[in-house]
Structures are given as structure tokens and as C-alpha cells.
Design a protein around this ligand. Structure first.
Ligand code: BV8
Ligand code: ZN
Length: 243
């Protein structure tokens, strides 16, 4: 019996599947989560570093922290969890609303990915609209834009608003889906943690994939207490047997 047994029929009948993912789906690619024992919060207080205040106070330290994380991310590979999400597109329409900034869903082949918290692979200017994939080996920490202002990682820091167009698109995708998989996220961070309730309000079936419970586990139709890479490939076969 598949772990997805209780929701198999609804999975097979689904027209639009949405994944809301967090650091947990990338943990098996060797990228530390935020709150786990190997978490980023452990070595640095990421709550303090992932903020505009920290960058204004010590741009060099924040830039180095991101450069360090980016190096690890660029050498990481998508894992079977990311691959299964991408594979599912062969059977049903799939959108990925990710809190991750590591680009691994795209590298695994997912075609519709909304980066709610931006991307560590992109840099943008703190004053003009210059933005680009990180050019390697830029001098300076942080490097300067052609306009003379500092460059910064193109991520959303705590206390910063999510890009308006990304957020409203994510809300409309969540409202329009009939099956949502919440994978690898503690659902601690808002407003991303509002997406599952938005989907549920509009009649979607909610599945949580997380070895640990989250504050929204009681809202889920099914909680799979497993790691993403262990069970997501099984979800794909559930859709496959539909065709
Ligand atoms: C906003 C980019 C409004 C940067 C990130 C009090 C004080 C200050 C702020 C607040 C506050 N209360 C609420 C807030 C708002 C704040 C917030 O939610 N804070 C939380 C911490 C309480 N939110 C914001 O500030 C947001 N903006 O609200 O703006 C506004 C309005 C008007 C004007 C101005 C502002 C912006 C939030 C975005 C922050 N940026 N990332 C960077 O990466 O450096 S968030 C960061 O945390 C990452 O994106 C990460 O993804 C995200 C959430 O964490 P998770 O992904 O869930 O990761 P976590 O480690 O927590 O959990 C991993 C889970 O996976 C665990 O449950 C684990 O069990 C599981 N797991 C582990 N291994 C596996 C697994 N599951 C499956 N398989 C496995 N193998
Ligand atoms: Zn500039």
C-alpha cells in the first residue's frame, strides 16, 4: 500500500498540482536547513544575518556569508525529491512555489518555479535596477555596481516584502489548485506559510511531507512522515498508474 493511499484517488483526479517547498527538500542535496541540527541558524544567527539591517551594518560579513552558501549551493546537485517534482510534469500540470533560493528545482527540470524568497545565484544593485546571475570573482566584498552602489544577493531578507508580482501570482496559483504538496518546510516563515490554507480554502487536498510535524499538520489531509526523496518518487508512480 502506497504511503499516499488515502489520497490516491484525489491525486489521480487532480488537474493542477502545486508544491510548496522549503529547505528540507534541498537538505538531501547537502544544503543545510534553517532550523535543523545542521541548520544555518546554528553557525550564524541567520535571523540576524538575513536582514537588511545586518547588510547595512556589516555588508562585508553578510556578503561573505552568502558567498559561502552560494559556493556550497553551486556544487550541490538536485536529489530524487527535486527530480520527482520535475518528473510529475509529464503527467499533470505542476507549479512549484519554493521558499528556497538555491535554484535546484530549475536545475532538476521543473518548468514553472516561483522563487518566493529570491535567488542566491542572482545579484542585484542596492539602488539601480541592475541584476544578473552572480559573475564569478567580482572584486570587493560586496562588489560595486557600475552606478557606484553596492551589489547585494537578490534574496528577500526578513522584514522585506516579497516581490509583489511573485506573491500575487503565488496566491492565485495556490487558490486555483486541487492538490497541494507541502514538502520540506517548517511553515514558520510568513507569508509563504499562508499558501496551504489558501489552497485548502479553495477545496484543494493538502499533503505534508516532513519527518517532523509542523504548526499546520492538523490542517493536512495526509501527513507523510518521510524524507522527500524517499516518498516523492512514489507519488509520481501514483500518477503514472493513472494513465
Ligand atoms: C514579510 C531568503 C512583511 C534569505 C528567507 C517577528 C520579527 C520579525 C519578522 C517577523 C516576526 N514575525 C513574523 C515576521 C515576518 C517574517 C517571518 O516569518 N519570520 C519568522 C522567522 C517568524 N517574514 C518576513 O520577514 C517576510 N517578509 O513578512 O514582509 C512586510 C510587510 C510590509 C513591509 C515590510 C515587510 C520575508 C521572509 C523571507 C525571509 N527570507 N530566505 C536567505 O535564504 O538567506 S526565509 C528562509 O527561511 C529560507 O527561505 C527558508 O526556506 C525559509 C523557511 O524555512 P524552511 O524552508 O521551512 O526551512 P526550515 O529549516 O525552517 O524547515 C525545514 C523543514 O524541513 C523542517 O520542518 C524539517 O523537519 C524538514 N526536513 C528536513 N529534512 C527533510 C525535511 N523534510 C522533508 N525531507 C527532508 N529530507
Ligand atoms: Zn546600480
Amino acid at each position: 500500500m502506497s504511503v499516499f493511499g488515502p489520497v490516491l484517488e484525489r491525486a489521480r483526479a487532480a488537474k493542477r498540482v502545486v508544491f510548496v517547498t522549503g529547505a528540507g527538500i534541498s537538505q538531501e542535496s547537502g544544503i543545510p536547513t534553517f532550523r535543523g541540527e545542521d541548520g544555518l541558524w546554528r553557525n550564524h544567527d541567520a535571523m540576524k544575518l538575513a536582514t537588511i539591517g545586518a547588510f547595512e551594518e556589516n555588508p562585508g560579513l553578510v556578503w561573505e556569508w552568502y558567498a559561502d552558501r552560494r559556493k556550497n549551493i553551486l556544487s550541490a546537485l538536485p536529489n530524487p525529491g527535486h527530480a520527482a517534482v520535475a518528473e510529475l510534469e509529464r503527467h499533470v500540470s505542476v507549479s512549484v512555489l519554493t521558499q528556497n533560493v538555491d535554484g535546484l528545482h530549475q536545475r532538476a527540470g521543473s518548468s514553472e518555479v516561483l522563487e518566493l524568497h529570491g535567488s542566491i545565484i542572482r545579484t542585484r544593485c542596492t539602488s539601480c535596477d541592475f541584476a544578473q546571475e552572480i559573475p564569478s570573482g567580482l572584486p570587493g566584498s560586496p562588489p560595486l555596481c557600475g552606478c557606484g552602489s553596492m551589489l547585494r544577493p537578490d534574496v528577500v531578507w526578513f522584514g522585506e516584502e516579497l516581490p509583489q508580482e511573485v506573491w500575487s501570482e503565488a496566491m492565485s496559483i495556490a487558490s486555483g489548485c486541487d492538490f497541494m504538496v507541502v514538502a520540506g518546510t517548517s511553515l514558520e516563515v510568513s507569508p509563504a506559510n499562508m499558501l496551504p490554507l489558501q489552497a485548502k480554502r479553495n477545496g484543494a487536498t493538502l499533503v505534508e511531507i516532513n519527518p517532523d510535524p509542523t504548526p499546520m499538520s492538523s490542517e493536512m489531509d495526509l501527513a507523510v512522515r518521510e524524507k522527500c526523496s524517499a516518498c516523492l518518487p512514489e507519488l509520481v508512480s501514483a500518477f503514472e498508474s493513472r494513465n
